[in-house]
Design a protein around this ligand. Structure first.
Ligand code: NAD
Length: 256
């Protein structure tokens, strides 16, 4: 029996990486999905790779824009009639530099995408789910939302803020049977990690990856599918009594 039969899932950052892999798993489990991402062409490629056109809606939108956030939620409801699952996942890594060398514009951009984005998503999705009296929201934070590390102050700040958003929203939404949890991946093999590895040591990304891997007890990076499996659990009724919680999916890194 598919675990998300007839459910409607909305996924931001859905054209690549963790978002796209989660869309693939959700479709396999019987859901229909709306993918939100910045560029139409990336979304078209992603939708093609997923196959089933009738079950996939794409919306080009910037999650940090209030107008776009209202629009991607509206278009999803217009097409599918409801939203059962919201994977509030789009994010950017920001610049790799010591805190004192970070430019305020760079800080503001990371906060806009990684904090204002999820906040706006919640503001628009919660009324839909609370009216339905059901729904599951999964916010993507990071291991960087549970502990610090050098040279990523804006990103770390933004991902800790996602924990606050998750707790605040979970408490307000619980009375309407809407759950809100966060997932906290350690390094995952996606475009974002390639960019961070290069940011740490331009031209020496492979060495950075090898070094980072030694800090992960299970001895490897995560794959997008590792994260998608956890998101599926939190999206499904198997987690019906879980809300306001933080889930590391990190090969043991948070335990170190
Ligand atoms: P990715 O770069 O492969 O995918 C992110 C997607 O988000 C891209 O398709 C991008 O276009 C989209 N996006 C970026 N800004 C956007 C905006 N303003 N509006 C709409 N879409 C936007 O990265 P990923 O690794 O799949 O990252 C997904 C989430 O996982 C992010 O929130 C990231 O911080 C988090 N995360 C990633 C890792 C990792 O190691 N890859 C670890 C922990 C947490």
């Amino acid at each position: 029996m598919p675990r998300l039969k007839d459910k409607i899932a909305l996924i931001t950052g859905g054209a690549a990486g963790i978002g796209l892999e989660t869309a693939r798993l959700f479709l396999k489990e019987g859901a229909r999905v709306a993918l939100v991402d910045l560029r139409e062409e990336d979304l078209n490629k992603a939708a093609e790779s997923l196959g089933d056109k009738a079950d996939v809606l794409t919306v080009a939108a910037d999650v940090s824009s209030p107008e776009d956030a209202a629009r991607y939620v509206r278009e999803t409801v217009e097409r599918f009639g409801r939203i059962d699952i919201f994977f509030n996942n789009a994010g950017i890594e920001g610049k790799v530099a010591p805190l004192v060398e970070q430019k305020i514009e760079d800080f503001d951009r990371v906060i806009a995408v990684n904090v204002r984005g999820p906040f706006l998503g919640l503001q628009n999705v919660l009324p839909v789910m609370m009216e339905q009296k059901s729904g599951s929201i999964i916010n993507t934070s990071s291991i960087a939302g549970l502990k610090g590390s050098p040279d990523l102050a804006p990103y770390i700040t933004s991902k800790h803020a996602v924990v606050g958003l998750t707790r605040a929203a979970a408490i307000e939404a619980a009375r309407a049977n809407v759950r809100v949890n966060s997932v906290h991946p350690s390094p995952v093999n996606t475009r974002m990690m390639r960019s961070l590895e290069e940011g740490f040591s331009p031209g020496h990304g492979t060495e950075v990856k090898d070094q980072l891997t030694t800090t992960i007890p299970l001895g490897r990076y995560g794959e997008s599918a590792d994260i998608a499996n956890l998101v599926l659990f939190l999206a499904s009724d198997d987690s019906a009594f879980i809300t306001g919680a933080q889930y590391p999916v990190d090969g043991g890194m948070a335990a170190t």
